[in-house]
Ligand binder design. Structure first.
Ligand SMILES: Cc1ncc(COP(=O)(O)O)c(C=O)c1O
Length: 410
């Protein structure tokens, strides 16, 4: 059956917006995605019908909200195929999830001279927390290089993972290059050498089926807002055997069992890692987003994005002034296309695309400054596709780039 992106688009109220009489073409999906009516309604319904603080009340409304929140946890568990809800911690997003691991796991398990292996393509949120930890512990960061075709070489990664490696942390899909990294193979290599693996799933889990047990990773992070859910809700998966070795991250209400004046004992998993009132209303939104994505089908979605990516690479690749980054083989990449246009700064390009064509793209370093350095550029333009994008959106992008080239020629 044909993927009905145009039909799905109707489920997203914001996508009916027009600027200067032109339909909005939204291609800034790697930054954040738009929300379907089902998610907006689920959050509204929760506030109108079920809102009460969780885990505390003895009354029925609080029982209802607690059930909704814990139901959302089960939904995330199922979506990632984790073994148990004890392994799913709600956070504000991928960044907070990684900081939790760096702080709670890293401070306990990383010592002077230990090594953490990252790649050159990491988002700052999977780089700076490890820099902070390495500085504090006098640990060493090592980087898997990005090859000229935008991939990483497993042999070079294998050589960097040594018995001194405590952790390998890498993105599953690059937010700049679109590269899909071979995380399953990396998990095997890490395991062989006694290291753990964190997979940054911020750009993968919204777009492809993910199974944390099949990957064999120890940590997996995601951001709700990049997968149709509200902002301010995300999740962290930690394999139970690892989670059991970790001290708390934040202290406060809900994460305790008993509190004395001079010390406290901890709540069961996963609540030990959720201090304070959690973002339960947006967790309900995340559950609705997962339902929406599951109904669409992750394999069909990935196929749709692959077709759009192939089309975009084809059309942009024909343009003399356009430089494309990332793998040319669409089987190796997700739906993110970064490029530069000769003679037009990406920021100018993004502004002209918006003003002239109502096409929203991102320009800049995409929170990946070391990767920009590797690519020898200060910035790129980036278009990212999702379930509501169609080929016509790419045609509008290409037309807009032609317009920008005209403007800068004169
Ligand atoms: C690969 C990757 N990791 C992590 C993040 C951080 O996500 P958040 O800002 O939602 O915490 C992003 C956001 O762009 C990302 O693309």
């Amino acid at each position: 059956m044909r993927f009905d992106a145009a039909g799905l688009r109707k489920e997203f109220p914001i996508l009916s917006r027009e600027f200067d009489g032109k339909r909005l073409v939204y291609l800034d999906n790697p930054a954040t995605t738009q929300k379907p009516r089902a998610v907006i309604d689920a959050v509204s319904r929760f506030y109108e019908h079920s809102n009460a603080n969780v885990h505390r009340g003895a009354y029925r409304l609080a029982e209802e909200s607690t059930a909704a929140y814990e139901g959302a946890r089960e939904k995330v568990r199922g979506f990632l195929n984790a073994a148990s809800v004890e392994e799913i911690i709600f956070t504000r997003g991928a960044t907070e999830s990684i900081n939790l691991v760096a702080y709670a796991w890293g401070r306990k398990h990383v010592a002077e001279g230990d090594e953490i292996v990252l790649t050159e393509m990491e988002h700052h949120s999977n780089l700076v927390p490890w820099q902070l930890l390495a500085q504090e512990k006098k640990a060493v960061l090592r980087f898997v290089p990005v090859e000229n075709d935008g991939t990483i070489d497993v042999t070079r990664a294998a050589a960097l993972i040594t018995p001194r490696t405590r952790l390998v942390s890498m993105t599953q899909v690059s937010n700049v290059l679109g590269t899909i990294n071979p995380v399953r193979r990396i998990a095997e290599l890490a395991r062989e050498r006694g290291a753990l693996l964190l997979v940054d799933g911020a750009q993968s889990v919204p777009h492809m089926a993910v199974d944390v047990r099949d990957i064999g990773c120890d940590f997996f992070v995601l951001s709700g807002h990049k997968m149709l859910a509200p902002t301010g809700i995300g999740a962290l998966y930690v394999r139970k055997a690892v989670l059991e070795t970790m001290p708390p991250f934040h202290g406060g209400g809900d994460m305790i069992r008993q509190v004395f004046l001079d010390h406290a004992t901890w709540n069961d998993l996963p609540w030990k890692f959720e201090a304070g009132t959690p973002n339960f209303a947006d967790a309900v939104g995340l559950a609705a987003a997962i339902d929406f994505l599951s109904a669409v089908g992750l394999d069909a979605l990935q196929e749709h994005e692959r077709a759009l990516t192939g089309y975009a690479i084809g059309r942009l690749g024909e343009m003399a002034g356009v430089t494309l980054y990332g793998p040319r083989d669409v089987a190796l990449r997700g739906g993110v296309v970064s490029f530069n246009v000769e003679g037009v700064h990406p920021h100018d390009l993004a502004t002209i695309l918006d003003r002239e064509s109502a096409v929203a793209i991102r320009a800049g370093h995409h929170c990946a400054q070391p990767l920009m350095k590797r690519l020898n550029v200060a910035a790129t333009a980036r278009a990212g596709f999702y379930l509501y994008n169609v080929e016509e959106d790419i045609d509008r992008l290409v037309e807009g780039i032609h317009k920008a080239e005209e403007i800068f020629k004169t």
